[in-house]
Design a protein around this ligand. Structure first.
Ligand code: DP6
Length: 329
């Protein structure tokens, strides 16, 4: 009853921002991401007769408190689906630099969903797995698949039609995603809290909802045509709109720092110089720059010259979930 799974993290091109149901992790809007090759989580789950509670070991160290409670709440959903009550030992290794501002929760819950369902003996397809992963962290549902992935928000109140779907495989269109790590302070408002506060209090949230579906459809069309310029303009505008909603929240907040704005300005200057590069930002100060592989080196070098940039990690579209031998971890 042991299984090991590996899941890669993803970066949203059209953001998931706001929940219509917090318990079931149902999003307000359709959204879209690229799964990345460089960053992933490997997780082993083993259910034991003799355990009195779940144990969680992250990067070789036992974790207690809130983090383990979150894992237990998530495993409870899998236990109840399987009709079993055994506790588990969960071992995770993160290849996601926390300083890069990637949500390790996306790869983390995707890997946990895959390993735990397999270890407990449930036979689930990828769609169901995506629905299970969604209930650990929304963006995790997209990490079940590789390449370009959409998460359809669905209409049903039980979440039965809210899951991720692959749009284009990771080998079908190569783009470069440069993850820019800034010299920055720790993030203060987590994405979960930030999106809740925005939905509840920001007068700009209605503007987000009015336009995000058009962004989503235009992005899908740009992907199907491999139109990089069109996709780039939409993803940058969509990120700016998401961040604009936070300024209207009560109390207001912003994820950008001065270093964030320096990178945004550099990207816009690169475009004036004829290089198609576009930025996106999640719930933190770090920036991801998307460009075509032919421009990757020039963009990398320009970013490295900024004194606020600590490091730049270059990614490409990566694979979906995979299972490893039980001896792997
Ligand atoms: C800004 O998936 O981390 O990165 O569902 O509450 O766990 P929870 O939130 P999470 O939010 C991600 C928000 C985002 C945009 C995105 O990835 O689509």
């Amino acid at each position: 009853m042991k299984a090991v799974a590996k899941a890669h993290t993803n970066i949203a091109l059209i953001k998931y921002w706001g929940k219509r149901d917090e318990q079931l992790f149902l999003p307000m809007n359709n959204n879209l991401s690229i799964t990345l090759d460089k960053f992933y989580t490997t997780t082993a789950v083993q259910f034991h007769e003799h355990l009195q509670e779940d144990h969680f070991i992250l990067n070789g160290e036992y974790v207690d408190g809130d983090e383990t409670a979150k894992i237990t709440r998530f495993l409870d959903k899998i236990r109840s689906r399987a009709g079993k009550s055994l506790f588990a030992e969960v071992k995770s290794e993160n290849q996601v630099p926390t300083a890069a501002g990637f949500a390790s929760s996306a790869s983390g819950f995707a890997a946990l969903a895959a390993a735990a369902t397999k270890a407990i003996g449930l036979d689930v397809d990828d769609r169901t797995l995506s629905q299970i992963a969604r209930q650990g962290s929304g963006s995790a549902c997209r990490s079940i698949y590789g390449g370009y992935v959409e998460w359809q928000k669905g209409e049903q109140s039980d979440g039965s039609d809210s899951y991720a779907k692959p749009i284009l495989g990771e080998k079908d269109w190569d783009v470069s995603i440069l993850s820019v790590m800034l010299v920055s302070k720790k993030k203060k408002v987590l994405s979960r809290e930030g999106m809740k506060r925005t939905v509840e209090t920001s007068p700009f949230y209605s503007g987000w909802l009015e336009t995000v579906e058009t962004d989503f459809l235009d992005a899908k069309e740009a992907i199907s045509k491999r139109d990089f310029e069109a996709l780039g303009s939409i993803l940058e505008a969509n990120a700016l709109k998401m961040h604009a909603t936070t300024l209207g929240a009560n109390p207001p907040f912003m994820y950008w720092q001065s270093a964030t704005i320096e990178v945004m300005e550099l990207v816009q200057e690169l475009r004036l110089a004829g290089i198609q590069a576009y930025f996106t930002i999640d719930a933190g100060p770090n920036v991801k720059v998307v460009c075509q592989p032919k421009d990757e080196q020039a963009v990398y070098e320009a970013l490295k010259e900024l004194s606020v940039v600590q490091d730049v990690l270059v990614c490409h579209p990566g694979p979906g979930i995979s299972y490893l031998p039980s001896t792997a971890l």
